[in-house]
Design a binder for this molecule. Structure first.
Ligand code: PMT
Length: 406
């Protein structure tokens, strides 16, 4: 695919790999793209603006607050015009700022203004790429729909070797092509997605809840939006910003989640319940704070089973549930699928480290009501989300064909 007619913004940050952005720029312009380069202050110390200006044939954006620059006030328009924004190389510092919405220079301001797809190409020392802060920032960006490429492994500028190398330009161009020609297979679909935990009050300061971070459900919402769906995201309390474009309904308790789900159910073509709904709530929550220093017996009562109720209403929506299991995953999940009367069940083994609750990755088993089973390997939750969505369409289409044949 030629990139003729495509308007791109190439953000370059302060990494030794900044010189490789020069080759990337040359490749992009040779493929016909119009590229506006935006250098951070530190990138300019590795490679000067003149090189990028010569190759792009355009002024290079360097400083948001440069009074000489007519473009300085145009960052919003520029971000809106672009078909995609690439940040290559993206340092750990840039990933952190983007994840937290910090806008203290031209590039980070432009990233906040961008409504087009964003591709980040990290390059850094191996130890840095694996640092929990960087891992968390990358997960936040991916959950928000940003494509973050995996760096290559090999010799690093620090003299060490590991994962952190700037990928080859071909791999970046390929990722860009995928981003610019996104699959729109969910166009016309209306997805109702639940995410996160619920909180069931015990008294005004305490509650029953669980470890769900919302990453899985938010990842599904971001992927569905990218693939053209209208998305209503109903979520319990999480730390994640809802993906732009979703109708967002925040809730606290299972009862509130049930009401919100039933209110939005009639228009949904697909329902996906990734939320970890608390199975029990306090039967008599106290209006006043319960005092300590004595034994306390808490009477619990079961919450409504929202998923089973949704399936029982038979609105015509394709219903996907999740199952958090700790043993005999396949057998328990199959029993749950049948008990709840749903179409597809996504089972994860939440006793495994690194997947399930509050993890950035997941490894799931997909079981459908027609007897099909598919195991997916461990992947980032954004990739699991895409695989679940693709499987949903495939299973639904196969079920429709079966019905038609009968
Ligand atoms: O949020 P993350 O940190 O990313 O973690 C993801 C996850 C582990 C929460 C997710 O992958 C997951 O497994 N979600 C379902 C968790 C759960 O509550 O599982 P369950 O087996 O208890 O419930 C089965 C299904 O019934 C779920 O779809 C649940 O939303 C639904 N349910 C459960 C109880 C209830 N009262 N009402 C419901 O609708």
């Amino acid at each position: 695919m030629s990139l003729a007619g495509r308007e791109l913004i190439l953000g370059v940050t302060g990494s030794i790999a900044a010189y490789k952005a020069v080759y990337l720029l040359r490749e992009l312009t040779q493929l016909g793209a119009g590229v506006t380069v935006c250098l951070t202050e530190h990138a300019g110390e590795f490679v000067g603006p003149l090189t990028f200006r010569t190759l792009s044939g355009r002024p290079v954006l360097t400083d948001l607050f440069d009074p000489q620059s007519a473009d300085a006030v145009e960052h919003v328009a520029l971000a809106e015009r672009a078909h995609a924004v690439l940040v290559a190389p993206a340092t750990a510092n840039l990933l952190a700022k983007a994840a937290h919405g910090i806008a203290d220079d031209f590039l980070t301001t432009l990233l906040l203004a961008a409504r087009s797809p964003v591709l980040m190409v990290p390059a850094m020392d191996g130890g840095m790429w694996e640092h929990p802060a960087v891992v968390a920032n990358v997960a936040t960006l991916r959950a928000r729909g940003v494509t973050v490429l995996e760096p290559d492994a090999g010799a690093l500028a620090s003299g060490l070797s590991g994962k952190g190398r700037f990928p080859e330009p071909d791999a970046i161009v390929e990722a860009l092509r995928r981003l610019l020609a996104p699959v729109r297979d969910f166009a016309g679909e209306r997805l109702l997605i639940t995410a996160g935990p619920t909180r069931e009050p015990i008294d005004p300061v305490r509650y029953i809840s669980n470890r769900s971070s919302g990453k899985m459900g938010y990842g599904l919402a971001a992927a569905a939006l990218r693939r053209g769906a209208q998305v209503t995201l109903i979520a319990g309390p999480t730390q994640i910003t809802p993906p732009p474009g979703a109708v967002f309904v925040p809730v606290q308790t299972a009862e509130e989640m049930r009401e919100a789900v039933l209110q939005h159910l009639s228009s949904a073509t697909v329902v996906i319940k990734a939320a970890a709904v608390a199975d029990y709530r306090a039967k008599h929550p106290s209006a006043a704070k319960i005092k300590g220093k004595r034994d306390l017996t808490l009477e619990l009562t079961p919450n409504p089973d929202i998923l089973a109720e949704v399936a029982g209403r038979r609105t015509g929506a394709f219903v996907v549930g999740f199952a958090a299991e700790t043993h005999d995953v396949a057998a328990n999940a199959r029993a749950k699928l049948e008990a709840k009367g749903i179409d597809l069940l996504v089972a994860n083994d939440v006793s495994q480290r690194g997947i399930g609750f509050d993890a950035d990755e997941n490894e799931v088993l997909l079981l459908d009501r027609w007897g099909g089973t598919r195991a997916l390997p461990r992947m980032p939750k954004s990739a699991v989300a895409d695989a679940i969505l693709s499987h949903t369409l495939a299973v639904r289409a196969a079920a429709a064909t079966r019905k038609a044949v009968r």
